[in-house]
Ligand binder design. Structure first.
Ligand code: ZN
Ligand code: ZN
Length: 368
């Protein structure tokens, strides 16, 4: 069994209640406990079941797992799992949640926390690459002790409680008998070392908070809700682990004139009756300025035309999207006497012409 889906391992749904999880765990644990099941693989399976239960029975860990466990973390651009490679095995998961290592791995390699920021921009800004400066305050490795937490001239000592392993084994009595579980060492909290003479600059934390101004480049064509991932720009990790990432969520404000679907834009264009009927070249607003559009004679209201390449840059792949122009009959809301006369004359002429042609439209025009 190579699944790292903890719900699958326990045979419960993602919505399972704490009770259901406990029940399923007990049933499976009884079935696979090495004392009662000598099948090859039973022990491994029992370990997986135990790890799955340890995580899913703890509401906080379960929430964390739900968020990042198998769905791959925040999606969007450059997304992927915030944990990098994703979970290779149940041991990776165990290590991540408990440190110390379920597979006897040594000290845990901890990862720095991520930083999340959001930026807003207008649709027009999506035409070109934008640069935004973000002020963040993040934990960085202390320069005085280089993260060792020990004052110059002293050294961290191997933790006496765990012997430097960062984890301790606990034996618990359960309905199945004694169960051994590994937990993070309470003395060194997983570091494997203790510091008797703490560094004065960082008060023995190994960190310093630094204000940094980060230049974020937002690619042209970015869409509302896209997430930019800047690897290693988050908080530093304890013990020289991998720093976290900086995630920048981009919000694109809706535009009054243009609608958007991916890299395509849509605009509605009021066009005069005579231009629709006789055909004309009209000016179409684009995000960049205006473009000429040729409307053929006899164009119906609400017809759609496409101006190729006048949309937004495609985030993935090349080129630009299109601008779709929907022409709409312009209807004046107030008429002077001359307009009224001209329209009335025009209508008379239209009816005459339609009658002559024996056209269907005649019937429509004749309805008073
Ligand atoms: Zn320090
Ligand atoms: Zn320890």
């Amino acid at each position: 069994m190579s699944s790292t889906d903890l719900y699958e391992i326990l045979g419960v749904s993602r919505e399972a209640s704490a009770d259901e999880i406990k029940k399923s765990y007990r049933k499976l644990a009884r079935q696979y406990h090495p004392d009662v099941n000598s099948d090859s693989g039973a022990e491994e399976r029992f370990k997986e079941i135990s790890v799955a239960y340890e995580i899913l029975s703890d509401p906080q860990k379960r929430a964390q797992y739900d968020q990042y466990g198998t769905v791959g973390g925040p999606g969007g651009m450059g997304g992927g799992s915030p944990f990098g490679e994703g979970f290779g095995s149940i041991n990776d998961l165990f290590e991540m949640f408990f440190g110390g290592g379920g597979g006897g791995a040594g000290r845990r390699q901890r990862r720095g926390e991520d930083i999340q920021r959001s930026v807003h921009q207008k649709l027009r800004d999506c035409l070109t690459e934008q640069h935004v400066e973000l002020d963040i305050e993040r934990r960085e490795t202390c320069e005085s002790c280089d993260g060792s937490r020990a004052e110059a001239g002293s050294k961290p000592e191997t933790c006496r409680t765990c012997g430097g392993r960062g984890a301790v084994v606990q034996v618990r009595e359960t309905l199945l008998g004694a169960m051994r579980t590994q937990t993070t060492c309470p003395t060194c909290r997983g570091d494997g070392v203790t510091v008797s003479d703490p560094c004065k600059s960082c008060r023995g934390t190994g960190f310093q908070y630094k204000k940094r101004r980060i230049d974020v480049s937002i690619p042209a064509g970015i869409d509302n809700g896209n997430l930019l991932q800047m690897s290693g720009m988050g908080h530093a990790a304890p013990g020289g682990g991998i720093p976290g990432d900086l995630y920048v969520q981009v919000t694109v404000e809706p535009d009054k004139q243009f609608q958007r679907d991916g890299s395509d834009l849509f605009v509605e264009l009021p066009v005069h009756y005579t231009d629709l009927v006789s055909g004309a070249t009209v000016d179409v607003p684009t995000l960049e300025g205006t473009e000429k559009l040729r409307i053929p004679a006899g164009t119906e209201s609400h017809s759609q035309f496409t101006l190729r390449g006048h949309g937004l840059s495609r985030l993935r792949g090349h080129g630009k999207g299109n601008l779709h122009v929907r022409v709409k009959l312009y209807v004046p809301q107030k008429l002077n006497r001359q307009q009224k006369q001209l329209l009335s004359d025009l209508k008379e002429e239209d009816i005459k012409a339609e009658k002559k042609g024996g056209n269907f439209l005649y019937q429509l025009l004749n309805i008073r």
